[in-house]
Design a protein around this ligand. Structure first.
Ligand SMILES: Cc1cc2nc3c(=O)[nH]c(=O)nc-3n(C[C@H](O)[C@H](O)[C@H](O)COP(=O)(O)OP(=O)(O)OC[C@H]3O[C@@H](n4cnc5c(N)ncnc54)[C@H](O)[C@@H]3O)c2cc1C
Ligand code: FES
Length: 359
């Protein structure tokens, strides 16, 4: 029946997504994830480079070509059951995959555009980008949007996009009309080169979202939050939302940066700490601060200080981490050795295309 779905050439195929029943056109050059997103299906995903496993789905029928080795990301059980990574698989035939989209998206995904209303330099390489949206959006603090890279037609009908986490709390009731992001310049990067070198107030950015399952789970457990660089965005959004909801959980917030010039949002964090309804400990850690700078805070890397700063009851905490992949991997090891279950550790790795080779 699917074969008769549309008239097509040999490189065109039909992609069926169960159990939603979505039936889409695709081709041998487009990943399953890209085909779904291009046709407004909110397929769960995160890194897009085969590194996080968020887009895993079960291949029910058909054949795919896989661009990277998925055995690093999927469990032995998942591999046996025929799971694939949608962001790394292109169809060779008509395919049917299974993924429970409804169960994994808290808010409807919308495609919209926004006008840049602020471009504030937070550090020498991080910008706060504020956009006024054409259509108001709902998201959960911690989630991200996909913003299109301008003039980025890939030649297969798709456009390139990049993920950016919302840096502000979405509020309690109504959808938001303005969103903000903290974006770090990646030299040579398509989106951030444009943003840092050419973007100006009034420019329009298109995007879609929200996506991601990095959000504060309901619990009374104390929180250890760990942010590196622009990874502060979803962490501060999450904590500001928790404060708005008058949550009373102790928090230790670590902020890793190279030197004092890389620290930002300090007054916003101070305000958060002052208004927090339980204990709030803020721990900036600098890895490359000159010895004679007068910095009296902690030096080195966050994992070295985690256990001492959180204290002997670290194992009772729930952990939320966001930032560069090496920082997250090193911290997760310490958290796991300290007794925090992996089910209580949530993280968002800011993977980019340079991680494709290592994913
Ligand atoms: C869930 C999620 C949320 C994120 N949130 C944020 C956020 O809030 N703030 C933020 O700053 N970042 C965030 N990121 C990272 C962001 O999505 C981009 O990856 C980053 O900004 C780089 O985009 P770019 O277009 O400038 O660089 P790209 O064009 O993607 O290039 C990135 C790097 O890869 C190199 N490169 C390009 N092509 C290749 C290739 N084919 N092979 C190998 N290397 C290559 C480039 O030279 C560059 O060094 C997030 C990532 C994820 C996964
Ligand atoms: S989105 Fe496919 S592995 Fe991360």
């Amino acid at each position: 029946m699917l074969a008769r779905f549309f008239q097509r050439s040999r490189s065109e195929h039909v992609l069926e997504i169960a159990p939603s029943g979505a039936i889409l056109k695709t081709n041998t050059k487009t990943t399953i994830l890209q085909a779904a997103l291009d046709q407004a299906v909110a397929f769960p995903h995160n890194c897009r480079v085969g590194g996080c496993g968020s887009c895993k789905c079960k291949l029910l029928s058909g054949r795919v070509r896989e661009m990277t080795d998925k055995s690093y990301v999927l469990s032995t059980d998942e591999l046996k059951q025929g799971y694939i990574l949608a962001c790394q698989s292109v169809p060779l035939t008509d395919v049917t995959v299974e993924v429970d989209i409804a169960a994994r998206s808290a808010h409807p995904v919308i495609h919209t555009s926004g006008v840049i209303t602020a471009l504030d330099k937070m550090t020498h390489d991080i910008l706060r980008v504020q956009c006024r949206l054409k259509d108001p959006a709902r998201y959960t603090a911690g989630q991200f949007a996909e913003l299109y890279v301008s003039n980025s037609d890939t030649g297969t009908g798709g456009r390139q996009s990049r993920n950016y986490s919302f840096a502000g709390a979405p509020g309690i009731d109504s959808p938001v009309g303005t969103v903000e992001f903290f974006i770090r310049h990646v030299p040579g990067g398509a989106f951030t080169d444009w943003l840092f070198k050419s973007a100006k107030l009034g420019d329009e950015i298109e995007g879609h979202g929200p996506y991601g399952d990095f959000w504060l789970r309901p619990s009374s457990a104390p929180i250890v939050a760990i942010a590196g660089g622009s990874g502060l965005a979803p962490v501060i959004a999450m904590l500001e939302q928790a404060r708005a909801e008058r949550i009373t959980r102790d928090v230790t917030l670590f902020f890793g940066a190279r030197s004092q010039r890389d620290l930002y949002c300090l007054s916003r964090i101070e305000k958060l700490a002052n208004q927090w309804m339980a204990r709030f400990q803020f721990v900036p850690v600098l890895s490359d601060e000159p010895e004679n700078s007068g910095w009296t805070g902690l030096r080195g890397f966050i994992p070295q200080h985690l256990v001492r700063m959180v204290g002997p009851r670290i194992g009772e905490h729930h952990a939320y981490l966001c930032g560069p992949p090496p920082m997250i991997d090193a911290c997760r090891m310490v958290l796991s050795e300290s007794g925090i279950a992996s089910s209580n550790t949530h993280f968002d790795k800011f993977l980019d295309r340079s991680h494709v080779a290592t994913a």
